[in-house]
Design a protein around this ligand. Structure first.
Ligand code: WTA
Length: 652
């Protein structure tokens, strides 16, 4: 975080109070109600969370709401038996929601599918029975590498139903990345598809899975979903290992009892980047995650029976898990799921979807909003967006300019904007306005959700105006650990403040109204278009190349993506710099991680700026890359490195 950023947020004084019309109908009736409930949630969390959990179905009630006996491995609703899939689907079958649209899916080419809660139940049961027939058992890890098709949502729910642990791998990851994850989670099963459409082009997924699981002994079966009855996608099936999904489910019963699972049974793993080269498998469990995503979805999106809710996130990331699938379905919402790119066949595709289905709640990322701004107002203005009543954003701080555009051009100045701050590790939204309650300020995630004791503190844990964001009390959806690496969980998230407070890795500022302003990551994680990429992951890819000696990867500002990557690479003696070598390095990153992680810029340098103890000074690299005056260079081992780098960077 730098002083420039703090200044920008300090000068943002505009405030947008909720409209009376919205407030009159909102779940939480206003600031007094919020304050009272917030107070209760902090002072008496057991009662607060017990009441929230009671809105859901439990086969057996919990013995204890919260258990911190193995701190920081917290447990919630211990002794309780429940099932998240049951709560997302079966719970809605006995009443008016039985025939309500649960999932409205829009394919990129324009094909569509509507699944009612009854339909969804049938398809999930058949899927779950199919998985069981292959030998899937409670606790087995299932890697899911699917595009945004309905079967992806069903796959999650089918796993949750039988207690199998799903781990979705975003369909942009390379074969090598799939393999790393499959090995780390020791997956017995993989669910994938033959392909998908992206900007009118056929994406073939199966070949990547074939490459990834070749020679991997733990994988017994690969289930393959056929995207459509056409030859668009090439796909070969391996005898004895690969199974077509449509054949697997064809004769299965449409009833599959939901397993009565322990509240602390594992629900999913989701890999995310950290400060080392190895991604972390974040663990979430059934009960606490269910209660938290249910309640946050209900209040933050103010879900009403008639809403049509459109979350543009891919289910490959946590937003898709919590706020496309689990949270909204637990609330019996109607959810839109879109397969493809926002600019296909033209830049108005999202607005076409809003118009076509009468979307009332729209949740997207700042990077998308900046792209819409760049494409121009004519796209949204050419569509009827009058059904919208609430907007949301997630993934990074939204710059006030983009916020204002969203507010005016998409929200017609009448829709509240909920800027939700959270992480894969937190399971659900932690800081966010409540619509109809919180007066919003462009760029601020405003106030904590119920039960969230957030603060901005210094290294000593004392509250301060600008510093590190921390959460001082556990909440039901807090991660339960890192798969296979409990020590890393402790050393990453509980490394500060005597292990008493959770450390999310973000810098923040708090203003006079107690509003939070997120200033970005304070570790070596870069947020590219809302996707977390660990710079160490790229650095470890570069050192695998025979020509490179050393590298340092940093995140720099980018107009649309928020941040992008720049790599400084030193070559081994005798190796010539060349465009071909840059290309090779980029290809290596695409192969090892995925195309989305390829840096914007590679700069070859004879040396990297280091302290006398040999630590690379990334801050200086960022200053050089963003053209800022250089800060203190006196600690450098060789100050001349910086001058030559500055010249090289400006030439590139
Ligand atoms: C950043 C995505 C500012 C933050 C849900 C966090 C945000 C990381 C916001 C988690 C926001 C997410 N304002 N920053 N509203 N939302 N972030 O795990 O740095 O993919 O630590 O979860 O994104 O990214 P993740």
């Amino acid at each position: 975080m730098d002083s420039q950023e703090i200044n920008v947020v300090l000068h943002e004084n505009r405030t947008f109070p909720p409209s009376k019309a919205f407030q009159d109908k909102a779940h939480i009736s206003g600031m007094d109600a919020y304050n009272a409930l917030y107070k209760k949630s902090i002072e008496d969390p057991d009662t607060f969370w017990a009441e929230a959990a009671s809105e859901l179905h439990w086969f057996k009630p919990w013995d204890k709401v919260f258990d911190d006996s193995e701190k920081p491995f917290f447990k919630w609703f211990t002794g309780g038996k429940t099932n998240l899939c049951y709560n997302c689907v079966d719970r809605h079958l006995d009443g008016p929601n039985r025939n309500k649209a649960a999932l409205i899916w829009e394919g990129e080419p324009g094909d569509s599918r509507v699944l009612t809660y009854f339909d969804l139940h049938r398809e999930i049961c058949k899927f779950a029975n199919g998985l069981k027939s292959l030998g899937v058992q409670k606790g087995d890890r299932i890697a899911i590498y699917l595009p945004m098709i309905p079967e992806l949502a069903m796959a999650l729910l089918a796993c949750a139903r039988i207690g199998a642990v799903h781990s979705v791998i975003f369909a942009g990851f390379s074969a090598d990345s799939i393999k790393d994850r499959v090995l780390d989670m020791d997956a017995k099963f993989v669910i994938t598809g033959d392909g998908s459409w992206r900007r009118g082009k056929a994406l073939n997924l199966k070949a990547l899975v074939d490459e990834a699981v070749e020679g991997v002994d733990c994988v017994e079966k690969v289930v393959v979903v056929k995207r459509e009855q056409s030859d668009a996608f090439t796909c070969s099936m391996k005898e004895g290992r690969d199974v077509w999904y449509h054949k697997l489910v064809k004769d299965q019963s449409q009833n599959c009892p939901a397993e009565e699972l322990d509240s602390e049974d594992m629900l999913f793993l989701l890999y995310t980047s950290g400060t080392t080269g190895k991604p972390k498998g974040i663990i979430h469990t059934q009960g606490g995650y269910m209660v938290y995503t249910y309640l946050t979805a209900k209040y933050i999106f103010d879900l009403k029976p008639e809403d049509v809710y459109f979350c543009t996130a891919d289910i490959g990331w946590v937003t898709g898990h919590s706020y496309l699938v689990y949270g909204p379905l637990a609330n019996a919402a109607t959810c839109i799921m879109y397969e493809g790119a926002p600019n296909h066949p033209d830049n108005g595709r999202f607005w076409d979807i809003v118009e076509k289905y009468g979307v009332t709640i729209f949740y997207t990322a700042p990077t998308a909003i900046r792209a819409f701004m760049k494409w121009g107002d004519k796209w949204p203005q050419g569509r009827d967006l009058s059904s919208l009543r609430l907007l949301g954003t997630v993934g990074e701080s939204i710059n006030p300019e983009a916020w204002m555009w969203y507010h005016k051009t998409i929200g017609a100045e009448k829709c509240p904007i909920v800027d939700t701050w959270w992480q894969t590790e937190t399971g659900g939204a932690m800081l966010s306005p409540l619509p109809g309650v919180t007066a919003t300020k462009p760029g601020s995630a405003t106030l904590p959700f119920f039960g969230i004791d957030a603060a901005v503190v210094n290294e000593d844990g004392k509250e301060t105006e600008a510093g590190l964001l921390t959460i001082r009390k556990p909440w039901p959806a807090i991660m339960r650990g890192i798969y296979g690496d409990p020590e890393r969980y402790k050393s990453t998230y509980w490394c500060k403040w005597d292990g008493e407070y959770y450390f999310p890795g973000d810098g923040a500022k708090v203003d006079d109204d107690g509003y939070f302003w997120i200033l970005g990551r304070v570790d070596d994680v870069v947020n590219v278009s809302g996707h977390r990429i660990g710079t160490a992951e790229l650095e470890s890819v570069y050192v695998e190349h025979p020509s490179t000696a050393e590298s340092a990867v940093i995140g720099i500002k980018h107009e649309i993506k928020g941040q992008c990557l720049a790599s400084f690479v030193t070559l081994k003696d005798g190796i010539e710099e060349s465009e071909d070598l840059k290309k090779e390095l980029n290809e290596l990153v695409a192969k090892k991680i995925g195309k989305f992680a390829v840096p914007e810029k590679i700069i070859f340098t004879s040396d990297l700026p280091k302290t006398r103890s040999g630590k690379i000074m990334r801050r200086l690299l960022r200053d050089i890359a963003e053209g800022r005056a250089l800060g203190n260079v006196t600690t450098l081992a060789d100050p001349s490195v910086v001058e030559s780098l500055k010249c090289q960077y400006s030439e590139d």
